[in-house]
Ligand binder design. Structure first.
Ligand code: A2P
Length: 275
């Protein structure tokens, strides 16, 4: 099984499926990461705020995989925003992970009321030359926040990680990303906390391909060109969520799934903090 990779504008690449780890604790994260790597995942997503970086690092070591074969993302907590503070923030994440570098470091939330995301970003630019992260990006940013980075900083974010699934398809954010070569990463791709996976349209498509509704939803993410990081703590569902590369959806099916968008605002926005 080959997971497609997307090219980032800085020349690095990101696997299109990764393991989401919120809200796993350290004890739960370690075996989930081992199960994911055994199932073929090469991309693991965590954050300082999740409080599970130690467990993620343990899982990576327990799996026996070579570090170079893995793509690890973490996110800088709001407590470390502000000029130069990201240096200590990333050091603490690396210490917890037991790694020398991450592949991708994200500003977890823009927190626009604090107005520190531009200075934080300028520090991120230095962390690449220090060798502590290979790529840098943002999370939960609206296009207006990214526009400020483009105007005031040197490097463009490689990704924007946002809540995205068939109920919340984020067309504006996706087209802004495409226009600026910023890859969109979908958190909560399975629509946690909603009845998305019970939707009859998905059930019909799933039956046609002998797949589950979750697999159809994840395949839809692949077809629309975004990265998805489904979370599961269950070995079978972890394996199921990456077993989506032996079928494709028709254009009509992609459109029918995209039409499930309820038009509702995401449950969390950039001014508050979800996970
Ligand atoms: P579990 O950890 O018990 O598998 P999201 O990634 O959108 O946040 O969704 C995560 C939620 O979806 C978790 O509650 C997870 O539960 C559940 N989940 C993950 N994979 C599947 C799947 N293949 N089928 C059904 N539910 C799933």
């Amino acid at each position: 099984m080959t997971v497609p990779i997307l090219r980032l504008h800085d020349g690095n690449t990101i696997p299109q499926i990764g393991l989401g780890t919120w809200p796993l604790n350290d004890e739960q994260a370690a075996p989930a990461v081992v199960a994911a790597i055994e199932a073929g995942y090469r991309h693991i997503d965590t954050a300082y705020r999740y409080g599970n970086e130690r467990g993620v690092g343990q899982g990576i070591r327990d799996s026996g995989i070579s570090r170079a074969d893995l793509f690890v993302t973490t996110k800088l907590d709001g407590a470390f925003q502000g000029e130069d503070r990201a240096i200590a923030g990333l050091d603490e994440s690396l210490r917890r992970l037991g790694l020398d570098y991450v592949d991708l470091l994200l500003i977890h939330w823009p927190l626009p009321q604090r107005d520190q995301y531009v200075s934080t970003w300028k520090t991120f630019e230095q962390l690449i030359s220090a060798g502590k992260t290979r790529s840098i990006g943002v999370s939960n940013f609206k296009p207006a926040h990214i526009k400020r980075l483009l105007a005031e900083a040197t490097l463009r974010p490689t990704v924007n990680q946002i809540q995205l699934n068939p109920c919340i398809t984020r067309p504006d954010e996706r087209s802004y990303g495409e226009a600026h070569e910023i890859v969109t990463v979908a958190w909560s791709p399975l629509g946690r906390g909603t009845d998305l996976l019970g939707n009859p349209t998905l059930a019909g498509i799933a039956a046609k391909y002998d797949k589950t509704p979750a697999q159809v939803v994840l395949r839809w993410h692949i077809e629309i060109g975004v990265v998805a990081i489904p979370k599961s703590a269950n070995r079978d569902r972890i394996a199921q969520n990456i077993d989506i590369f032996d079928f494709t959806l028709t254009d009509e099916e992609v459109a029918a799934i995209t039409a499930l968008d309820t038009g509702a605002d995401p449950g969390v926005d950039s001014d508050t903090m979800g996970h």
